[in-house]
Design a protein around this ligand. Structure first.
Ligand code: GLU
Length: 415
């Protein structure tokens, strides 16, 4: 049987928890669908003078607990289905760490690697302007995701600010510090992920210095995770990007890897390391595996062969529900995306608060608050998983869906 699409996967996960907690049927029916899906067609003048039209999406899954919150990705495989799945995961993620946001996601079908800076700016500004009545500091707050970055967030902030007539930092997070971004936001997803790993290591009585780590994906999340855990003494033995990976059982230096990738466009030919495919990388002998790329990479087809005994999901939706069961039966500790990568949106929340108040915090304060929230969320999820004898994804879902369901019950149905 074919592996499920990200949306099928997200719905299966939701169905499993709904059954487990005996979720009220009306709440179930509402949460199984997004609240709103926007489709926009974005005209962009390419550098050759020709106007091309790109398809873009923004989906709000739930706004019961607060404004719609979630990133925007630029990728050729973006689809309405995928963005819908990602928006559901944002709802659960915000609820797991208990921040007052709902779930959203956006995306544009494009290949930013073959577009110039000027074309990407044109695309971003027009996408924003098509959604100008949707975005807003109290309605829908975008952030970076796959292939988007602080510069792109700055263009969103600028386009929105020009429309309303004043500089509005609260409309987007992951911005550059100079226009109201938060210190610590850039590394926040990775730092949060590493905090969850350290919580787990503590419970298992293991030291970070004794761990070998494999990281799939070398964007913002993968690179920073590799770098932080390397600085803390673990041995990063393999990393990859979309073009493939490199492996050295004696350890690699994450900064050298980044410099090499920036210079050569990929890890191909990185000195002193063997080349591995992305598939091989996932199955390498190591203690900790951090999938930090795209969805559906750990499936029933390879879950039996994963050798790591800790998996921490830096990416959204890297594991199918069938693979979840296989990994659980094999005794692998598996920190799910909606917990492991929630550090990003948590510091987005801090950035939003700082922006609205025009009062900015030092980096230590941001990191301390992030650690508190991640530790608390980990504790809750761990306790549920022990009490209910379920894997950590189910435990995180029990926590998240119950919180969202309670919000929905209190607010009731309009009209
Ligand atoms: N794109 C990130 C995520 O998937 C960050 C979202 C945000 O900060 O709003 O969690």
């Amino acid at each position: 049987m074919a592996n499920p699409s990200p949306l099928e996967n997200a719905l299966e996960q939701f169905d499993l928890v709904a059954k487990k907690i005996d979720l009220d049927a009306s709440i179930y029916n509402r949460l199984r669908k997004p609240e709103k899906c926007y489709i926009v067609y974005v005209p962009v003048r390419r550098d050759n003078g020709v106007v091309e039209v790109f398809e873009g999406f923004r989906v709000h899954h739930s706004t019961s607990r607060g404004p719609a919150k979630g990133g925007i990705r630029y990728h050729p495989d973006v689809s309405l289905e995928e963005v819908t799945a990602l928006s559901m995961w944002m709802t659960w993620k915000c609820a797991v760490v208990n921040i007052p946001f709902g779930g959203a996601k956006g995306g544009v079908v494009c290949n930013p690697k073959s577009m110039s800076r000027c074309e990407i700016q044109g695309l971003t500004r027009r996408y924003t302007s098509e959604l100008i009545n949707v975005f807003g500091p109290h309605t829908d707050i975008p952030a970076p995701d796959v292939n988007t970055n602080p510069q792109i967030m700055a263009w969103i902030m600028d386009t929105y600010s020009i429309a309303v007539g004043y500089a509005e930092p609260g409309v987007v997070t992951g911005k550059p510090i100079d226009i109201g971004g938060s210190l610590g936001r850039n590394e926040a997803t990775s730092r949060g992920c590493i905090f969850t790993i350290y919580n787990l290591l503590k419970r298992l009585n293991r030291n970070v210095e004794d761990q070998t780590v494999v990281v799939q994906g070398y964007g913002n999340v993968g690179y920073n995770a590799a770098q932080i855990i390397h600085d803390d003494g673990a041995k990063v033995i393999a990393v990859s990007d979309s073009r493939g990976g490199v492996y050295n059982p004696n350890g690699l230096d994450p900064r050298e890897l980044l410099n090499y990738k920036q210079e050569h466009g990929s890890f191909k030919g990185f000195p002193g390391a063997d080349e591995v495919t992305n598939e091989e990388l996932l199955e390498l002998d190591c203690n900790i595996l951090i999938p930090a790329a795209l969805e559906n990479v750990i499936t029933k087809d390879n879950a039996d062969r994963i050798k790591a005994d800790i998996i921490a999901e830096g990416a959204n939706g890297p594991t199918t529900t069938e693979a979840d069961e296989i990994l659980f039966e094999r005794g692998i500790y598996h920190i799910p995306d909606i917990l492991a990568n929630a550090g990003g949106v948590t510091v987005s929340y801090y950035e939003w608060v700082q922006g609205l108040e025009r009062d900015f915090w030092c980096e230590d304060e941001v990191n301390r608050k992030l650690k508190n929230i991640m530790d608390r969320a980990f504790d809750c999820v761990w306790d549920i998983s022990q009490r209910e004898k379920v894997h950590m994804r189910m435990a995180a879902y029990i926590l998240a869906v119950s919180r969202v369901a309670r919000a929905k019950l209190w607010r009731g149905l309009y009209p």
